[in-house]
Write a protein that binds this ligand. Structure first.
Ligand code: HEM
Length: 374
């Protein structure tokens, strides 16, 4: 199986090919934890993450002294690395709490870009699915490997940080490499066609990675992650005519081609009109409003997952898209999300969770995550 390098210029899990499975976890640092406790946690997380990414057990493994709990919980024993990547991030509240408490002496290190996201039209956010001090994105081709990683990192955090909210995802909704086939989201449409891909070095440098002139130093080569839990009203969608589904997205369902013509990777043309003089791609179509032409040239690196959290009391699937996007500043996401205020897709969506994180640059061998921050 694939093994991704843990150390490097960028953290793995961003431009590495999107794996099939996700376990995303957000932690709050306990109110009793000190700056030194936080630093120790980041060191311990780094050591464990490096081992698990390589397919190895945490610490001394799943056996050892019969008088102590084993270092590793054991459920990934015998499983390959499964392309596991662990990507760490810092939320705005780590630097300074909402009521202005500089708990860890980090307030003056907060990048000006890193602030809580504004409220968007149609937001129906649930408090327990928003914000948080620290995040870990675990992606792997085997769900047991991703869950094992989050479980062991949570266990290591015991006494310093606790889980605030978390999300499992079962199918990638984007491609991040031209070597991958475009997958589909739960509306049945190809998703990720126009995504920023690992092979596009220039686009990555301009749109995704924080540059040296932008800074701060610990963020150079890093990125900003926006997470949005978007519930999809599957039952309404499934009663909608195909023609209407395609109008809403602006692409065909089968091929994923823009409604202006061509095949999947043909650039959409928003000016070509049909018999009625109306543009072939509707003015409120999702792909038009999200397109760089309408957003100052902005492209996002999308890396989201499908989720189903069982069903609600009315017998409807509690399902949707756990949207994850990486960009060199959260402001870029804000621009696109504001542009989607009149998106025809909104009728079928409900944004219930939201968070933003600074994703520090990659970790050098022998170093630990966020070291230059302290
Ligand atoms: C494109 C679905 C939410 C940004 C697309 C495409 C589909 C899709 C089917 C066309 C294929 C592609 O290029 O990937 C959805 C669904 C969503 C959702 C079902 C919610 C459940 C969002 C959000 C954003 C976003 C919240 C950002 C704020 C984009 C962008 C593109 C895109 C930037 C590419 C546009 C282009 O360059 O042509 N989406 N999307 N999407 N979406 Fe979404």
């Amino acid at each position: 199986g694939t093994v991704h390098a843990f150390h490097g210029e960028h953290q793995a899990g961003i431009s590495t090919p999107a794996q099939d499975r996700l376990h995303f976890a957000v932690f709050d640092v306990d109110s009793t934890a000190s700056r030194d406790d936080l630093i120790q946690l980041l060191k311990d997380w780094t050591a464990a993450a490096a081992r698990m990414t390589a397919g190895e057990e945490v610490g001394g493994g799943a056996d050892g002294s019969p008088l102590a709990p084993p270092d590793d919980t054991g459920e990934a024993l015998g499983l390959p690395a499964s392309a596991l990547t662990l990507t760490f991030g810092f939320g705005p509240a780590l630097f300074e709490t909402a009521d202005g408490d500089d708990r860890f002496g980090l307030a003056d290190r907060r990048p000006p870009e890193l602030t809580a996201l504004p409220r968007f039209r149609g937001d129906a956010l649930v408090e327990q699915l928003t914000g948080g001090d620290l995040c870990i994105q675990a992606c792997a081709d085997d769900p047991q490997v991703a869950v094992h990683a989050i479980r062991n990192l949570s266990r290591i955090a015991f006494g310093t940080a606790s889980l605030r909210w978390s999300q499992l995802g079962f199918g990638r909704t984007s491609s991040t490499s031209t070597s991958q086939a475009t997958p589909r989201n739960l509306f049945g449409f190809k998703d990720g066609t126009a995504n920023v891909k690992a092979e596009e070095q220039k686009a990555l440098d301009e749109q995704v990675w924080v540059g040296a002139e932008q800074g701060p130093t610990w963020m150079v080569g890093g990125s900003y992650l926006v997470a949005r839990k978007i519930r999809m009203v599957i039952e309404s969608w499934d009663r909608t005519r195909l023609e209407e589904q395609e109008r809403v997205i602006g692409r065909s369902k089968g091929e994923g081609a823009p409604l202006s013509g061509g095949t999947e990777f043909t650039e959409p043309d928003f000016h070509t009109t049909g018999a009625t003089d109306a543009p072939l791609i509707d003015r409120d179509a999702h792909v038009r409003l999200a397109h760089p032409d309408l957003n100052d040239g902005i492209r996002l690196l999308r890396r989201g997952y499908n989720y189903v959290d069982g069903n609600d009391s009315l017998g409807r699937l509690d399902a949707g898209l756990f949207f994850l996007s990486y960009q060199s500043s959260p402001e870029r996401f804000v621009t696109v999300q504001r542009s989607l205020a009149n998106d025809a897709l909104n009728e079928y969506l409900k944004h219930v969770g939201s968070a933003v994180f600074a994703i520090p640059r990659g970790i050098a061998t022998g170093s630990w995550i966020g070291r230059e921050l302290f």
